[in-house]
Design a protein around this ligand. Sequence first.
Ligand code: SF4
Ligand code: SF4
Length: 399
Amino acid sequence: MTGFPAKIGSRAVLERRNLQKLFDVLSTQGYRIIGPTVRDGVIAYGELSSVDDLPAGWTDEQEGAFYRLKKGEGNALFHYGTGPDSLKRFLYPPLVRLWKARREDSGFRIVEENDEPPKYAFIGVHPCDLHAVAIQDKVLMTGEYADPFYALRRRKVFVVAVNCVKAGGTCFCVSMKTGPKATAGFDLALTEILEEERHYLVAEIGSEAGASVLREIPHKEASASEQAAAEEAVAEAARRMGRVLDITGIRDLLYENLEHPFWDEAAHRCLTCGNCTMVCPTCFCTTVEDVTDLSGEVAARLRRWDSCFTGEFTYIHGGSVRASARSRYRQWLVHKLAAWLDQFGTLGCVGCGRCITWCPVGIDITAVARALREKKAAGLPAPAGTPEKQGDRHEHACR
Ligand code: SF4
Ligand code: SF4
């Protein structure tokens, strides 16, 4: 469009007034556009029909058990932290029908269903959420338990990431090496710059598909000063990040302290509500249930998100394997920060901070991990063979 060779790794500048063209191009290519929008008092992912649906001028304030939407700087489009949902809701929906069957004279027949999932273009994806998708790819697209429903949605996705220029109140991506700058997993990655008289986006090209879309939008090559402004904005977000999770030796720290009395202290506030697992972009546990319609002619098997915090999740032979909040909280944390490494070669946490914001009592994964490390360092006594209640000792890794 300007003689600038749009290719992977190069950076262009889009003026804010031309951003609608990105929506137009993606719509023309048949994408359903999903991005941040103000809904129910939060900035959450939703279907967008134009650039006007973005949360212009809005930002958020987040802390443990606290979220507030508020007016932000100028008309910034992407100056906010992660919202309560993530790409998980679209790629791995909360409810999926696995199959449907119809009664026949001599039994039943499985009804063929060829519903094609939509082709999604995600706009405004935070770098931590790109890492969460990469983790879900490992869990859900490889190995013995690969999920065809996920793969069908995932393969068609176009991703416009947004580098974070505002540190969220509860996130800690710097510790997890998942942000605030996107390094992979995007087609285009934008950094939004607001100057006194100018509003523009520096766009890094991450794929051939991204280059091809960019060629359809008015743009020019990013100058050295525009690139420097983008780098500095992201670096400032990194400097302002309020939380840290020290992951040095975290796997062994957790495995060596499974019976530490600390877990009682950590879990005594936990309501076992499961909010942390619902908002977490990497948690993937589900349950299945069979239903019939009122006539009894049609039956279906549904898959729903589930949570390791519920009693039913480990209900076997008349009881729950994890009867206490202590055992459920420990299971969740040990799975995220230790067992996940053994199973999938990656931690199960990307530092998005959602589980801190949306925990109704503000339990903070970074504070819990730090407290365990400090108690261990202080040499507080390990439990001298204190047997747990029967039914609380079994740790099983999900999947
Ligand atoms: S455990 Fe918490 S901070 Fe980590 S990815 Fe899940 S919701 Fe985000
Ligand atoms: S840690 Fe918080 S969000 Fe998670 S189950 Fe316990 S009370 Fe609910």
